[in-house]
Design a protein. Structure first.
Length: 95
């Protein structure tokens, strides 16, 4: 299945790209996608955005699946489907 990931605000500075598309096996949950992203982008991403050991987003960051906050779904255990859109962003941006 194909899942598109959009990196917004500070997250984009840790990935150096605004989006990726991943081919994942059916039955993949959000945590497995985040683990893959953490593996691809390494220390900056794992230090600031997502902890792959604890399987949790860092305090200032959130994931949305198809426009719905992960906590309104099943958190990091949210099952993903073909053509889902995931947004990773900081909770607050300002200026």
């Amino acid at each position: 299945m194909q899942v598109k990931v959009h990196y917004i605000s500070l997250v984009k500075s840790y990935t150096n790209t605004s989006q990726d598309e991943f081919t994942l096996p059916n039955g993949t949950v959000l945590a497995e996608l985040l683990d893959k992203i953490a593996q691809d982008y390494g220390k900056p991403f794992t230090q600031e955005v997502y902890d792959p050991v604890k399987k949790e987003m860092k305090t200032s960051f959130v994931a949305m699946v198809n426009g719905t906050h992960m906590d309104q779904l099943q958190g990091v255990n949210t099952p993903l489907k073909d053509r889902d859109s995931v947004i990773l962003m900081s909770l607050m941006t300002g200026g």
